[in-house]
Design a protein around this ligand. Sequence first.
Ligand SMILES: CC(C)(COP(=O)(O)OP(=O)(O)OC[C@H]1O[C@@H](n2cnc3c(N)ncnc32)[C@H](O)[C@@H]1OP(=O)(O)O)[C@@H](O)C(=O)NCCC(=O)NCCS
Length: 330
Amino acid sequence: MDVIALGDPTDAQIGEWQSVAAAVWACDRPGDPVPDLEQTRARLLVPPPASRNVLWAAVDGGRMCGTAYLRLPDDAGRAAEIDVQVLPAHRRRGIGTRLLAVAADRLRAARCGTVVVQVLAGTPAVPFLEAHGFHCVLSLRVMLLRLDELDPLRLARLVADAPPGYRLARWTGTVSDELAGELAMAKRAMADITVGGSFRWDPRRVREMAEAVAARGDRLYTVAALHGPAAAPRIAGFTEVVVSSTAPERAAQYDTAVVPEHRGRRLGIWLKAAMLEWLRTERPDVREIETDNADDNSHMLAVNAELGFRHQRDHLDYQADVADLPTLVR
Ligand SMILES: CC(C)(COP(=O)(O)OP(=O)(O)OC[C@H]1O[C@@H](n2cnc3c(N)ncnc32)[C@H](O)[C@@H]1OP(=O)(O)O)[C@@H](O)C(=O)NCCC(=O)NCCS
Protein backbone atom coordinates (compact mmCIF):
# COMPACT_ATOMS: atom_id res chain seq x y z
CA MET A 1 0.00 0.00 0.00
CA ASP A 2 1.34 3.45 -0.96
CA VAL A 3 0.23 6.89 0.16
CA ILE A 4 0.37 9.46 -2.63
CA ALA A 5 -0.14 13.23 -2.47
CA LEU A 6 -2.90 14.55 -4.76
CA GLY A 7 -1.53 18.03 -5.54
CA ASP A 8 -3.90 18.74 -8.38
CA PRO A 9 -6.37 15.85 -8.49
CA THR A 10 -7.40 14.58 -11.93
CA ASP A 11 -11.02 13.80 -12.84
CA ALA A 12 -10.24 10.10 -12.46
CA GLN A 13 -8.79 10.63 -8.97
CA ILE A 14 -11.80 12.73 -7.93
CA GLY A 15 -14.04 9.91 -9.23
CA GLU A 16 -12.10 7.33 -7.15
CA TRP A 17 -12.23 9.61 -4.10
CA GLN A 18 -15.99 9.80 -4.59
CA SER A 19 -16.24 5.98 -4.71
CA VAL A 20 -14.36 5.69 -1.40
CA ALA A 21 -16.60 8.38 0.16
CA ALA A 22 -19.77 6.64 -1.09
CA ALA A 23 -18.68 3.24 0.31
CA VAL A 24 -17.68 4.78 3.67
CA TRP A 25 -20.93 6.76 3.83
CA ALA A 26 -23.05 3.66 3.10
CA CYS A 27 -21.26 1.75 5.88
CA ASP A 28 -21.05 4.42 8.58
CA ARG A 29 -24.17 6.52 7.99
CA PRO A 30 -26.73 4.31 6.23
CA GLY A 31 -29.90 6.16 5.24
CA ASP A 32 -28.19 9.54 4.82
CA PRO A 33 -27.91 10.96 1.28
CA VAL A 34 -24.39 10.28 -0.03
CA PRO A 35 -22.52 13.39 -1.27
CA ASP A 36 -22.54 13.30 -5.07
CA LEU A 37 -19.58 13.66 -7.42
CA GLU A 38 -20.01 17.41 -7.85
CA GLN A 39 -20.17 17.98 -4.09
CA THR A 40 -17.00 15.92 -3.67
CA ARG A 41 -15.25 17.80 -6.48
CA ALA A 42 -16.20 21.17 -4.94
CA ARG A 43 -15.07 20.08 -1.46
CA LEU A 44 -11.68 18.98 -2.80
CA LEU A 45 -11.03 21.86 -5.18
CA VAL A 46 -12.60 24.85 -3.37
CA PRO A 47 -11.07 25.32 0.10
CA PRO A 48 -13.05 27.20 2.75
CA PRO A 49 -11.97 30.87 3.20
CA ALA A 50 -8.53 31.62 4.66
CA SER A 51 -7.32 28.04 4.22
CA ARG A 52 -5.98 25.56 1.68
CA ASN A 53 -6.69 21.89 1.11
CA VAL A 54 -4.00 19.20 1.14
CA LEU A 55 -5.06 15.74 -0.11
CA TRP A 56 -3.61 12.23 -0.04
CA ALA A 57 -4.81 8.83 -1.23
CA ALA A 58 -3.86 5.33 -0.02
CA VAL A 59 -3.50 3.11 -3.09
CA ASP A 60 -3.46 -0.68 -3.00
CA GLY A 61 -3.11 -2.79 -6.15
CA GLY A 62 -3.68 0.33 -8.28
CA ARG A 63 -7.01 1.17 -6.52
CA MET A 64 -7.72 3.93 -4.02
CA CYS A 65 -8.62 2.36 -0.68
CA GLY A 66 -8.34 5.37 1.64
CA THR A 67 -8.24 9.15 1.58
CA ALA A 68 -7.01 11.98 3.80
CA TYR A 69 -8.27 15.55 3.54
CA LEU A 70 -6.46 18.27 5.47
CA ARG A 71 -7.66 21.87 5.64
CA LEU A 72 -4.66 23.99 6.60
CA PRO A 73 -5.60 27.44 7.98
CA ASP A 74 -3.77 30.58 6.82
CA ASP A 75 -3.73 31.88 10.44
CA ALA A 76 -1.00 30.00 12.31
CA GLY A 77 -3.09 30.15 15.51
CA ARG A 78 -6.20 28.45 14.14
CA ALA A 79 -6.86 24.74 14.16
CA ALA A 80 -6.50 22.61 11.04
CA GLU A 81 -9.24 20.16 10.13
CA ILE A 82 -8.72 16.56 9.07
CA ASP A 83 -10.85 13.79 7.60
CA VAL A 84 -9.45 10.28 7.05
CA GLN A 85 -11.57 7.63 5.33
CA VAL A 86 -10.77 3.98 4.66
CA LEU A 87 -12.86 1.56 2.63
CA PRO A 88 -14.72 -0.81 5.00
CA ALA A 89 -13.01 -3.92 3.54
CA HIS A 90 -9.53 -2.42 4.14
CA ARG A 91 -9.94 -1.38 7.78
CA ARG A 92 -7.85 -2.47 10.81
CA ARG A 93 -4.70 -2.85 8.71
CA GLY A 94 -3.05 0.42 9.73
CA ILE A 95 -4.11 2.40 6.63
CA GLY A 96 -5.96 5.05 8.63
CA THR A 97 -2.97 5.45 10.96
CA ARG A 98 -0.59 5.83 8.01
CA LEU A 99 -2.78 8.52 6.40
CA LEU A 100 -3.07 10.35 9.72
CA ALA A 101 0.73 10.22 10.18
CA VAL A 102 1.34 11.69 6.69
CA ALA A 103 -1.09 14.53 7.45
CA ALA A 104 0.45 15.06 10.90
CA ASP A 105 3.94 15.43 9.40
CA ARG A 106 2.53 18.06 7.03
CA LEU A 107 0.94 19.88 10.00
CA ARG A 108 4.25 19.87 11.84
CA ALA A 109 6.02 21.24 8.75
CA ALA A 110 3.40 24.03 8.58
CA ARG A 111 3.90 24.73 12.34
CA CYS A 112 0.19 24.21 12.95
CA GLY A 113 -0.34 23.19 16.58
CA THR A 114 -3.94 21.92 16.77
CA VAL A 115 -6.18 19.78 14.60
CA VAL A 116 -9.91 19.11 14.84
CA VAL A 117 -12.31 16.63 13.27
CA GLN A 118 -16.03 15.98 13.51
CA VAL A 119 -17.25 12.37 13.57
CA LEU A 120 -20.45 10.43 14.00
CA ALA A 121 -20.91 9.05 17.55
CA GLY A 122 -20.82 5.25 17.80
CA THR A 123 -18.63 4.69 14.70
CA PRO A 124 -15.06 3.27 14.49
CA ALA A 125 -13.77 6.85 14.18
CA VAL A 126 -14.16 7.23 17.96
CA PRO A 127 -11.73 4.46 19.07
CA PHE A 128 -9.45 5.33 16.13
CA LEU A 129 -9.10 8.97 17.20
CA GLU A 130 -8.82 8.12 20.90
CA ALA A 131 -6.01 5.68 20.07
CA HIS A 132 -4.15 8.51 18.36
CA GLY A 133 -4.10 11.40 20.85
CA PHE A 134 -7.45 13.08 20.12
CA HIS A 135 -9.94 13.98 22.86
CA CYS A 136 -13.60 14.91 22.59
CA VAL A 137 -14.26 18.64 23.07
CA LEU A 138 -17.92 18.98 22.05
CA SER A 139 -21.01 16.80 21.57
CA LEU A 140 -23.49 17.99 18.97
CA ARG A 141 -27.08 16.93 18.47
CA VAL A 142 -27.96 16.70 14.77
CA MET A 143 -31.61 17.57 14.10
CA LEU A 144 -33.75 17.38 10.98
CA LEU A 145 -36.87 19.30 10.03
CA ARG A 146 -39.22 18.16 7.27
CA LEU A 147 -40.72 21.22 5.61
CA ASP A 148 -43.92 19.37 4.65
CA GLU A 149 -44.61 18.80 8.36
CA LEU A 150 -44.63 22.53 9.09
CA ASP A 151 -47.94 24.16 9.94
CA PRO A 152 -47.99 27.26 7.66
CA LEU A 153 -50.42 29.15 9.93
CA ARG A 154 -48.29 28.61 13.00
CA LEU A 155 -45.21 29.66 11.04
CA ALA A 156 -46.96 32.82 9.83
CA ARG A 157 -47.93 33.64 13.44
CA LEU A 158 -44.33 33.20 14.61
CA VAL A 159 -43.07 35.50 11.86
CA ALA A 160 -45.80 38.10 12.55
CA ASP A 161 -44.86 38.06 16.25
CA ALA A 162 -41.96 40.49 15.69
CA PRO A 163 -40.03 41.44 18.83
CA PRO A 164 -40.60 45.21 19.29
CA GLY A 165 -37.91 47.44 17.82
CA TYR A 166 -36.61 44.95 15.24
CA ARG A 167 -37.25 44.46 11.51
CA LEU A 168 -36.31 41.66 9.12
CA ALA A 169 -33.90 41.86 6.18
CA ARG A 170 -33.01 38.99 3.87
CA TRP A 171 -30.67 38.37 0.99
CA THR A 172 -29.10 35.57 -1.06
CA GLY A 173 -25.36 35.27 -1.69
CA THR A 174 -22.99 37.97 -0.49
CA VAL A 175 -24.11 40.56 2.05
CA SER A 176 -24.42 44.20 0.91
CA ASP A 177 -21.48 46.53 1.59
CA GLU A 178 -23.75 48.45 3.98
CA LEU A 179 -24.23 45.41 6.27
CA ALA A 180 -20.90 43.56 5.82
CA GLY A 181 -19.27 45.10 8.91
CA GLU A 182 -22.39 44.46 11.00
CA LEU A 183 -22.59 40.83 9.88
CA ALA A 184 -18.91 40.33 10.76
CA MET A 185 -19.60 41.79 14.21
CA ALA A 186 -22.61 39.49 14.70
CA LYS A 187 -20.53 36.48 13.61
CA ARG A 188 -17.93 37.36 16.22
CA ALA A 189 -20.77 36.86 18.73
CA MET A 190 -20.51 33.11 18.01
CA ALA A 191 -16.95 32.95 19.38
CA ASP A 192 -18.27 31.34 22.60
CA ILE A 193 -19.41 28.22 20.70
CA THR A 194 -16.51 27.79 18.24
CA VAL A 195 -14.13 24.85 18.56
CA GLY A 196 -10.49 25.13 17.48
CA GLY A 197 -9.97 28.87 18.08
CA SER A 198 -12.43 31.46 16.95
CA PHE A 199 -12.30 32.70 13.37
CA ARG A 200 -11.49 36.42 13.18
CA TRP A 201 -14.50 37.56 11.20
CA ASP A 202 -14.19 40.82 9.30
CA PRO A 203 -16.09 42.15 6.26
CA ARG A 204 -13.59 40.60 3.83
CA ARG A 205 -13.96 37.14 5.39
CA VAL A 206 -17.73 37.41 5.49
CA ARG A 207 -17.66 38.05 1.73
CA GLU A 208 -15.12 35.26 1.13
CA MET A 209 -17.34 32.76 2.96
CA ALA A 210 -20.32 33.68 0.72
CA GLU A 211 -18.11 33.55 -2.38
CA ALA A 212 -16.84 30.08 -1.42
CA VAL A 213 -20.44 28.83 -1.20
CA ALA A 214 -21.18 30.36 -4.63
CA ALA A 215 -17.97 28.89 -6.11
CA ARG A 216 -19.27 25.42 -5.18
CA GLY A 217 -22.45 26.28 -7.07
CA ASP A 218 -24.52 26.38 -3.86
CA ARG A 219 -26.85 29.15 -2.69
CA LEU A 220 -26.59 30.96 0.65
CA TYR A 221 -29.78 32.38 2.19
CA THR A 222 -29.50 34.87 5.06
CA VAL A 223 -32.20 36.42 7.26
CA ALA A 224 -31.14 39.16 9.70
CA ALA A 225 -32.87 41.09 12.49
CA LEU A 226 -32.08 44.79 12.10
CA HIS A 227 -32.47 47.59 14.62
CA GLY A 228 -31.49 51.25 14.75
CA PRO A 229 -32.00 53.96 12.13
CA ALA A 230 -32.78 52.98 8.51
CA ALA A 231 -29.78 55.03 7.33
CA ALA A 232 -27.36 53.12 9.59
CA PRO A 233 -28.93 49.72 10.41
CA ARG A 234 -27.37 47.43 13.02
CA ILE A 235 -27.62 43.61 13.02
CA ALA A 236 -28.94 42.08 16.25
CA GLY A 237 -28.94 38.51 14.94
CA PHE A 238 -28.96 36.43 11.78
CA THR A 239 -29.48 32.92 10.46
CA GLU A 240 -28.02 31.28 7.35
CA VAL A 241 -29.08 28.24 5.29
CA VAL A 242 -27.19 26.77 2.32
CA VAL A 243 -28.97 24.91 -0.48
CA SER A 244 -26.79 22.65 -2.61
CA SER A 245 -27.20 22.96 -6.37
CA THR A 246 -26.90 19.21 -6.91
CA ALA A 247 -28.78 17.90 -3.85
CA PRO A 248 -31.24 20.63 -2.85
CA GLU A 249 -33.62 18.23 -1.03
CA ARG A 250 -31.65 18.48 2.22
CA ALA A 251 -30.50 22.03 2.98
CA ALA A 252 -27.92 22.76 5.64
CA GLN A 253 -28.37 25.21 8.46
CA TYR A 254 -25.17 27.28 8.72
CA ASP A 255 -24.63 29.90 11.40
CA THR A 256 -27.31 31.38 13.63
CA ALA A 257 -26.32 33.96 16.24
CA VAL A 258 -27.93 36.65 18.34
CA VAL A 259 -25.61 39.41 19.59
CA PRO A 260 -25.34 39.05 23.42
CA GLU A 261 -27.17 42.28 24.36
CA HIS A 262 -30.17 41.26 22.19
CA ARG A 263 -30.58 37.73 23.59
CA GLY A 264 -33.70 36.57 25.47
CA ARG A 265 -36.18 38.43 23.20
CA ARG A 266 -37.19 35.49 20.96
CA LEU A 267 -35.08 36.83 18.08
CA GLY A 268 -33.68 33.33 17.41
CA ILE A 269 -37.06 31.70 16.79
CA TRP A 270 -38.31 34.74 14.86
CA LEU A 271 -35.31 34.64 12.52
CA LYS A 272 -35.54 30.90 11.97
CA ALA A 273 -39.29 31.00 11.38
CA ALA A 274 -38.78 33.78 8.81
CA MET A 275 -36.12 31.65 7.08
CA LEU A 276 -38.44 28.62 6.96
CA GLU A 277 -41.30 30.68 5.54
CA TRP A 278 -38.97 32.14 2.89
CA LEU A 279 -37.59 28.73 1.85
CA ARG A 280 -41.06 27.19 1.74
CA THR A 281 -42.18 29.72 -0.85
CA GLU A 282 -38.89 30.32 -2.67
CA ARG A 283 -37.47 26.77 -2.76
CA PRO A 284 -40.12 24.04 -3.06
CA ASP A 285 -37.27 21.66 -4.00
CA VAL A 286 -35.98 21.86 -0.39
CA ARG A 287 -37.65 19.03 1.59
CA GLU A 288 -35.69 19.07 4.83
CA ILE A 289 -33.20 21.16 6.78
CA GLU A 290 -30.39 19.67 8.86
CA THR A 291 -28.87 21.50 11.80
CA ASP A 292 -26.55 20.66 14.66
CA ASN A 293 -26.29 22.22 18.09
CA ALA A 294 -24.01 21.67 21.07
CA ASP A 295 -25.89 19.33 23.39
CA ASP A 296 -25.55 21.89 26.21
CA ASN A 297 -26.91 24.76 24.08
CA SER A 298 -30.33 24.44 25.68
CA HIS A 299 -31.61 27.69 24.22
CA MET A 300 -30.97 26.80 20.57
CA LEU A 301 -32.14 23.20 21.11
CA ALA A 302 -35.42 24.56 22.53
CA VAL A 303 -35.82 26.94 19.55
CA ASN A 304 -35.27 24.09 17.10
CA ALA A 305 -37.60 21.72 18.97
CA GLU A 306 -40.32 24.40 18.99
CA LEU A 307 -39.95 24.74 15.21
CA GLY A 308 -40.33 20.97 14.74
CA PHE A 309 -36.72 19.77 14.34
CA ARG A 310 -36.29 16.14 15.44
CA HIS A 311 -33.19 14.49 16.91
CA GLN A 312 -31.45 12.48 14.21
CA ARG A 313 -28.00 11.45 15.48
CA ASP A 314 -25.02 12.77 17.46
CA HIS A 315 -21.75 14.23 16.23
CA LEU A 316 -18.60 14.55 18.30
CA ASP A 317 -15.90 17.18 17.80
CA TYR A 318 -12.44 15.80 18.54
CA GLN A 319 -9.26 17.81 18.93
CA ALA A 320 -5.55 16.93 19.25
CA ASP A 321 -2.25 18.66 19.78
CA VAL A 322 -0.29 17.95 16.62
CA ALA A 323 2.67 16.97 18.83
CA ASP A 324 0.62 13.97 20.08
CA LEU A 325 -0.18 12.56 16.61
CA PRO A 326 1.63 9.62 14.98
CA THR A 327 4.55 10.40 12.68
CA LEU A 328 6.24 8.71 9.71
CA VAL A 329 9.43 10.71 10.30
CA ARG A 330 11.54 8.91 12.91
C1 LIG B 1 -11.72 5.68 11.38
C2 LIG B 1 -11.05 4.96 10.20
C3 LIG B 1 -10.39 6.02 9.30
C4 LIG B 1 -9.97 4.01 10.74
O1 LIG B 1 -9.25 3.44 9.64
P1 LIG B 1 -8.42 2.07 9.81
O2 LIG B 1 -7.55 1.96 8.62
O3 LIG B 1 -9.34 0.96 10.12
O4 LIG B 1 -7.54 2.40 11.11
P2 LIG B 1 -6.26 1.60 11.64
O5 LIG B 1 -6.22 0.22 11.10
O6 LIG B 1 -5.05 2.44 11.38
O7 LIG B 1 -6.58 1.56 13.21
C5 LIG B 1 -5.68 2.07 14.19
C6 LIG B 1 -6.23 1.83 15.59
O8 LIG B 1 -7.44 2.55 15.79
C7 LIG B 1 -8.32 1.78 16.65
N1 LIG B 1 -9.49 1.35 15.90
C8 LIG B 1 -9.76 1.59 14.58
N2 LIG B 1 -10.98 1.06 14.25
C9 LIG B 1 -11.46 0.50 15.37
C10 LIG B 1 -12.68 -0.19 15.66
N3 LIG B 1 -13.60 -0.43 14.71
N4 LIG B 1 -12.87 -0.64 16.92
C11 LIG B 1 -11.94 -0.44 17.89
N5 LIG B 1 -10.76 0.21 17.66
C12 LIG B 1 -10.54 0.68 16.42
C13 LIG B 1 -7.51 0.56 17.07
O9 LIG B 1 -6.78 0.93 18.22
C14 LIG B 1 -6.59 0.39 15.87
O10 LIG B 1 -5.42 -0.35 16.18
P3 LIG B 1 -5.49 -1.98 16.13
O11 LIG B 1 -6.15 -2.37 14.85
O12 LIG B 1 -4.03 -2.39 16.22
O13 LIG B 1 -6.28 -2.40 17.32
C15 LIG B 1 -12.10 4.12 9.41
O14 LIG B 1 -12.82 3.31 10.30
C16 LIG B 1 -13.07 4.96 8.61
O15 LIG B 1 -12.83 5.24 7.45
N6 LIG B 1 -14.19 5.38 9.22
C17 LIG B 1 -15.20 6.24 8.53
C18 LIG B 1 -14.67 7.62 8.29
C19 LIG B 1 -14.46 8.38 9.56
O16 LIG B 1 -15.32 8.45 10.42
N7 LIG B 1 -13.28 8.97 9.70
C20 LIG B 1 -12.91 9.63 10.92
C21 LIG B 1 -12.39 10.95 10.69
S1 LIG B 1 -10.65 11.00 10.94
